[in-house]
Design a protein around this ligand. Structure first.
Ligand code: NAD
Length: 405
């Protein structure tokens, strides 16, 4: 039996996928409301295919509880934020969850950390717990997750995976467990390599995006079209530049690379600069919108609105989103954030001046900053009924009233 600890964006689909493929699974989360929702037969976030997967897993007997279980394998999938000052990983959630596991785990259990962690986290923060509790009989493994919100169900099935373990036999056992549903290749290695590999993957993307954002700024000054430059450069067989945009959000790319900066401040200089470049983009978009206001002779910022609150298209996750970063920076500089905001994926109130229909949103607006290319507007400037569009993601096509990065 497998006990998945932490039923958020990663733990829940993982638990469901295993259960749907015949593994006996109990999901544990200390959030009573979340567990009650799942037990009432509802999923807790929107994701393509998740409801069907949920139904199948329930049929196969998956259970949800706030209690840690006695079983042979534990998968810990709890948050791993970074400390905003030291830039190092904050391992508190992982440590606390592992401690709770060790309280109940039977002899010979395997404790798999699935949360993304900085290299050496297991050795520094988890292994000492085994000594402290006298539980050297429990084996440790690390199996980081790579799936992307919006395509989680497909990617759980098809992505390649990494499993790190001290003992290759344990690595093989954990790889077999994931292979119950994963059709990709599962690479087995040691724990520290697995930790580093996961952080490196997200750092690679952060650096690539930062390069692209820098190109966008160079092209703006130099009077060149960055989209055209990137499109043509990518025809080179060994060039693959990602798209520039209004910043980077979500729980991974703006977070995980800081682990390297925190632990290796003298050496991770390129990484730090990339993160700072990406973090400067929401404010860059704001300045671009002010330039457009000037060009159009619009003086009142209440005529400017922001479409999109989530960190990417067609998900309901707002964590670290460029829009939130942009509104925060407005508050810092202007002591207030009067911009009206609308996101069809977010029903709850997240920011003060948020409305809940396109009609209310567009009422009285002259300029819309399209921060997210949700499918309902992507490639459809007419969805904004003639408003001037600031389009940092380049999703609205070309037009006289469309202003790109
Ligand atoms: N979200 C992503 O796209 C993504 C992708 C790949 C990897 N990751 C990594 O996966 C890990 C989990 O991320 P997430 O997005 O699922 O987080 P999340 O915040 O959506 O979910 C975490 C869940 O863990 C629960 N929890 C925390 N501490 C607990 C404890 N001690 N016992 C029981 N439950 C506990 C919380 O209540 C929450 O429901 C992180 O390390 C993240 O970096 C996330």
């Amino acid at each position: 039996m497998v006990n998945v600890i932490g039923l958020g964006y990663i733990g829940l689909p993982t638990a469901l996928m295993m259960a749907a493929h015949g593994v006996e699974v109990v999901g544990t989360d200390y959030d009573e409301g979340l567990v009650a929702t799942l037990n009432a037969g509802r999923t807790t976030f929107k994701e393509d295919g998740l409801d069907d997967l949920f139904a199948e897993a329930v049929t196969k007997g998956v259970r949800f509880t706030t209690e840690y279980q006695k079983c042979d394998t534990y998968i810990v999938s709890v948050p791993t934020p970074y400390d905003k000052v030291s830039k190092k990983i904050d391992p508190a959630f992982v440590v606390s969850a592992c401690r709770s596991v060790l309280d109940v785990a039977p002899v010979g259990a395997v404790l798999v950390i699935e949360s993304t962690v900085s290299p050496n986290t297991v050795d520094r923060f988890v292994r000492p717990l085994l000594d402290e509790t006298g539980r050297q009989d429990v084996s440790l493994a690390h199996a980081p997750e790579r799936i992307i919100p919006g395509n989680m169900v497909f990617e759980l099935l098809h992505n390649n995976r990494t499993v790190g373990a001290d003992d290759p036999a344990i690595g093989k056992r954990v790889a077999e467990l994931y292979s119950s549903f994963c059709q990709g290749e599962v690479s087995v290695t040691d724990i520290r390599t697995a930790e580093m590999t996961k952080v490196v993957e997200n750092t690679f993307r952060a650096v690539n995006i930062a390069f692209s954002n820098e190109l966008a700024r160079i092209c703006r000054v130099g009077g060149m079209d960055v989209a055209e430059v990137v499109r043509i450069a990518n025809k080179h067989p060994r060039v693959n530049i990602l798209q520039p945009g209004p910043g980077v959000g979500g729980h991974c790319i703006p977070v995980d690379p800081w682990f390297l900066v925190g632990d290796f401040p003298e050496t991770a200089r390129l990484t730090r600069m990339a993160l700072e470049t990406n973090a400067s983009m929401p404010e860059y978009v704001l300045r671009r919108a002010f330039d457009v206001m000037q060009e159009k002779g619009i003086e009142d910022v209440s005529h400017v609105g922001v479409y999109g609150l989530t960190y990417k298209e067609d998900v309901d996750d707002v964590r670290e989103s460029p829009t939130l970063q942009m509104l925060e920076s407005m508050e810092r500089h202007l002591c207030g954030s009067p911009l009206r905001v609308y996101d069809p994926w977010i029903e709850r109130d997240v920011v003060p001046n948020q409305v809940h229909s396109m009609e209310d949103f567009l009422d009285g607006l002259d300029i819309v900053i399209v921060m997210v290319g949700h499918s309902e507007v992507r490639g459809r400037p007419e969805a904004f009924h003639g408003r001037v569009l600031v389009d940092p993601r380049d999703v609205m096509g070309d037009g006289e009233n469309v202003y790109k990065l």
